[in-house]
Design a protein. Structure first.
Length: 108
């Protein structure tokens, strides 16, 4: 299962980069599904805290940087779409990992 989660992570990053150049209706649901797969399959209990911290940082950077980067000439719109795609990939993964962490704490 860890291998599937690792492949889902790599696929999510690759699709996020592709989303900067390509606008298709299937990309956003695919990123959400890949993010959920990463959250369920790729992050172990030992990695939860680090993953959440890094994911929150990347989600915040993506959310706040995308509108600012869009104003750059030539590359702005592409980079902005990449940031938004990364946000749509990481947010579901971080949500799943955070909920798993809450359930682990509640079980104690």
């Amino acid at each position: 299962m860890t291998k599937i989660g690792g492949l889902a992570f790599i696929a999510g990053v690759v699709v996020s980069v592709i989303a900067g150049f390509l606008s298709a209706p299937w990309i956003l649901p695919l990123l959400t599904i890949l993010g959920l797969a990463v959250g369920f399959l790729n992050v172990t209990t030992r990695e939860m805290q680090s993953f959440i911290l890094i994911a929150i940082g990347l989600v915040l950077i993506s959310a706040f940087a995308a509108p600012q980067i869009q104003s750059l000439p030539e590359v702005g719109p592409v980079l902005s779409r990449m940031y938004i795609a990364l946000l749509l990939f990481l947010a579901p993964a971080a949500t799943v990992v955070a909920l798993r962490g809450l359930f682990l704490i509640a079980r104690r």
